[in-house]
Design a protein around this ligand. Structure first.
Ligand code: MN
Length: 492
């Protein structure tokens, strides 16, 4: 079976009425666009978009996202233009590819933490119009991290660091625990090589013991659940190395692995929420919960990123402490794949109610979940605590702001209707004053052009240039208005 066929089979397994001809067409298009190009590993470039598409298929995303994954590098890395892509594949797919291309241009690490968080926030907001852009970007980063060993040393470090600082947290906020763990573990050895070695050596025997112990405990629990007629699937999850290291550094753990109870946690998957609580009761009547360590009910009160599960710690065999997580199969899918899972369940459950294109849209969130909006809000609360932002969201003011990029990749947010002149003044008053012309997404435009979210704006200035009074007819920001008026009145 060739690469394309195995991708198609994978998609088929979850979604038999996916648009397979679209996937084929995207694959062939990417194949031609990247023909002759080689990766650092010496392999043909096409293996990369293909790997990205496979990751997206693993998330059970739809054919549009998978096609976008196949095409995500053609604009940046080959001579295909966006308009050509749009002609071939339509606005939706071209828009996704455009979004992914733009994220790569954003300078995520500013000079200060504040700037960084701010850029990150704006990036999210700009992209939140279609979250699939971020899913494609995360899949892209995952495959690049999996093949990081082929890159030059300084790039290895830089990309790995960015992964730990940006993409890991981003995946976490989107509730995508599995990809977060993978990204961090891939980056760990490049950023902290010595600590990585230490954790590996120190934890290895403990992991092995914990797994044996878990096997024994699993048999006991299967039996107890079966007695009460609860059908369950019990799995285990070895803690990701990077997250183990983070935990070991906590003062209360103080590098003592015997205090880490979830080195290998037990996961009990059941059919319904009712079964979750029933299973918890059965376990507690068999093994006593550890006092004060708390039972966490993230079903009644989900974590800000949408995570739902029951957690408990019990004294199990030989009085050993065991951490158990209980959740439904659906919650499990969500905990692993977060936002991506919402599309999956939307597809599965609402087959009759929602048509395919609507389901495949980035906007679509099943039922009244709107999980990612809640996530954005809670994240925002956590990292910036900006009252203003909360108000903005509340009044749907997001619709009245646009986010544009400088050629260096900095993000600027401006009111709707803003023009290149407003943008220039937002960067610096002298740049505003000296504005001569503007280039948007590579094309020269008039100075009263209305900027749109995602535009890449370049200002052409002339040293010693002065603002024109005419600009007052179209600028919308107070900042621009003030500077222009001051100059013009000074001239009179
Ligand atoms: Mn890529």
């Amino acid at each position: 079976m060739n690469d394309l066929d195995s991708l198609i089979v994978k998609v088929q397994n979850h979604n038999s009425d996916a648009d397979f001809s679209l996937i084929r067409k995207a694959y062939e298009f990417a194949m031609i666009a990247h023909a002759g190009q080689k990766r650092y590993s010496g392999e043909p470039v096409i293996i990369h978009p293909l790997a990205v598409a496979n990751i997206l298929a693993d998330y059970h995303l739809g054919s549009v996202s998978i096609a976008a994954g196949l095409l995500h590098d053609v604009v940046e890395d080959s001579n295909v233009s966006l308009s050509e892509l749009e002609r071939e594949f339509g606005r939706e797919i071209a828009g996704l590819v455009e979004g992914v291309t733009k994220i790569s241009q954003i300078k995520l690490r500013g000079s200060s933490d504040e700037e960084f968080v701010e850029n990150l926030r704006k990036m999210l907001l700009a992209m939140a119009k279609d979250l699939r852009v971020i899913l494609v970007k995360l899949a892209d980063r995952l495959h690049n991290m999996q093949t990081l060993q082929y890159l030059p040393l300084e790039k290895q470090f830089k990309n790995a660091k960015e992964t730990l600082e940006v993409y890991g947290p981003l995946a976490e906020r989107l509730g995508m625990g599995e990809i977060k763990g993978q990204l961090e573990d891939l980056a760990f050895p490049y950023v902290f090589p010595q600590d990585y070695q230490w954790v590996i050596n120190y934890s290895k025997p403990h992991y092995r013991k914990a797994e044996e112990f878990l096997k024994k405990s699993t048999r006991v629990i299967y039996k107890e659940l079966a007695k009460e007629g609860i059908r369950a699937k019990i799995t285990s999850r070895p803690k990701h190395l990077y997250s183990l290291w983070q935990k070991l550094l906590r003062p209360e753990i103080n590098r003592d692995i015997s205090r880490v109870y979830d080195l290998v946690a037990m996961r009990i998957l059941v059919e319904t929420v009712r079964d979750c609580y029933a299973a918890l009761g059965i376990i507690h009547s068999h093994w006593k919960p550890v006092p004060n360590q708390g039972i966490s009910d993230f079903i009644a009160q989900p974590k800000p990123n949408g995570y739902r599960s029951l957690h408990t710690k019990v004294f199990s065999l030989d009085e050993r402490i065991l951490e158990i997580q209980i959740r439904t199969f659906e919650m499990h899918e969500e905990a692993e794949n977060g936002i991506a899972a919402h599309w999956f369940y939307a597809n599965e459950k609402n087959k009759s109610k929602v048509n395919q294109s609507r389901r495949d849209e980035g906007f679509f969130v099943p039922g009244n979940k709107l999980a990612w909006v809640k996530q954005l809000v809670s994240w925002q609360k956590e990292v910036v605590g900006s009252q203003e932002f909360m108000e903005a969201l509340k009044f749907d003011a997001l619709a009245h702001r646009i986010f544009v990029f400088s050629p260096k990749g900095d993000v600027y947010d401006l009111p709707q209707g803003a023009t290149p002149v407003d943008f220039a003044y937002a960067i610096h008053s002298s740049l505003g004053n000296e504005t001569q012309a503007a280039i948007i997404n590579g094309k020269m435009v008039a100075l009263d052009y209305k900027l749109r979210s995602g535009d890449l704006v370049k200002i052409i200035n002339k040293e010693g240039g002065r603002p024109s009074e005419k600009w007052l007819r179209f600028v919308v920001t107070q900042q621009a208005r003030r500077h222009i008026a001051r100059h013009c009145s000074a001239r009179v």
